[in-house]
Design a protein around this ligand. Structure first.
Ligand code: UD1
Length: 339
């Protein structure tokens, strides 16, 4: 069974990907520093899989520790690199922390991969690279724009680093960058899911925590945008569908003819407004939901959703769960957390 190293494998998208890799017959090896995840994720994974997943508590910016993992594990067929900070607001206040972690982490990983002749990499990118798009939906050909936050800039620069590495022809490293839209939901078992530390920044965990009584009410950040109902439009994709795209990306890299650098949008192709999400959550949870309308949040893009033709055709990507079903799985996970 081929080993795939998953940095940030104890995180939200990482843990769901670890599971899908195991389901597809790979041996996932987690590398995580637990800066934004909890060790109980490993118990959830073990419960679902019926066996423990190997995990190294290592920071990706620590070259010596990362090398030790590669030495201990021996043959590694590929790496999926999730480990990064992702809070947009925090990145504006503490840009150095973001540039250090998100860029030094990638560069260190690439150096260690090269030293160990590991050549296949799937990189966690984001639709944030498109900035405020001129046309919707966005395809992979849509021009990238100046990032609206240091977080977004790290994703943009990281993609450029990977492109330069590929163009040099010198390292043998091939990368698929997956540009995620808005991942939501949890595994159907409700044994793994999103574990935000502190007050959630993202919409869906804020909604589920509000429904659970942990937060008083949701503030919808603006209803005066030029969108059908005035609230922001996003593309909410179920995390298990997203996780599966990583497995097919790894399989694509394993083919000898694969190209050195490719990007794919991973979303549903459907735009949903914040108010649509609230309504769908009310249906999914079967109870009314408490929210109020507030001012815009700085840096929010009015509307963005994906054209997923390329991922559908080339990766066989498909969406299996509707918005309501995805939210139902988030709610089930939140209820499980309360127990
Ligand atoms: C942003 C980034 C995304 C990044 C993600 C990481 C953009 C376009 N997207 O996603 O690339 O990966 O952060 O965290 O830069 N909302 C409310 N009330 C709340 C919380 C959110 O109304 O309490 C609204 C937001 O205004 C937004 C939507 O919900 O319209 C989704 O917000 P969020 O979950 O934070 O994700 P993005 O900002 O889309």
């Amino acid at each position: 069974m081929q080993k795939i190293l998953v940095t940030g494998g104890a995180g939200y998208i990482g843990s769901h990907t670890v599971l899908e890799l195991a389901n597809a017959g790979y041996t996932p090896i987690i590398v995580d520093n637990f800066s934004n995840s909890e060790e109980r994720v490993l118990q959830g994974l073990a419960q679902i899989l019926g066996h423990v997943v190997v995990c190294h508590k290592v920071d990706c910016t620590d070259a010596a520790a990362l090398q030790e993992v590669f030495s201990q594990e021996g043959d590694i067929a590929g790496v999926i690199h999730f480990a990064a900070f992702k809070a947009v607001g925090e990145s504006v206040a503490e840009p150095l922390k973001y540039y250090q972690n998100n860029m030094a982490g990638l560069v260190t990983l690439l150096q260690v991969m090269e030293a160990n002749k590991v050549q296949n990499l799937v990189f966690s990118s984001s639709c944030t690279v498109y900035g405020v798009p001129e046309k919707l939906p966005v395809t992979e050909e849509t021009p990238t724009q100046k990032a609206n936050s240091p977080y977004g800039n790290t994703k943009k620069i990281d993609e450029e680093i990977l492109q330069d590495i590929a163009a040099s022809g010198n390292y043998g490293i091939k990368t698929i960058a997956l540009r995620y839209f808005n991942p939501i939901g949890a595994h159907e078992s409700a044994l793994i899911g999103e574990l935000p530390l502190g007050v959630p920044n993202n919409l869906v965990p804020f909604i589920t925590q509000t429904a659970a009584g942990i937060r008083e009410s949701l503030t919808v950040f603006g209803t005066d945008y030029d969108t059908p109902d005035g609230s922001n439009v996003r593309d909410y994709v179920h995390v298990v569908d997203l996780a599966k795209a990583h497995v097919t990306a790894i399989q694509r890299l394993e083919k000898p003819a694969s190209v050195a650098f490719e990007v794919f949008n991973i979303g549903t192709g459907q735009g949903s407004s914040v108010l649509d999400v609230v309504k769908a959550f009310e249906k999914a949870s079967g109870k009314p939901f408490n929210y109020k309308i507030g001012p815009r949040r700085a840096g929010d893009v009015p509307a963005i959703y994906a054209d997923v033709t390329k991922a559908t055709q080339e990766l066989g990507f498909k969406t299996s769960l509707s918005l309501e079903e995805s939210l139902a799985s988030s709610w089930k996970w939140q209820q499980q957390l309360m127990k």
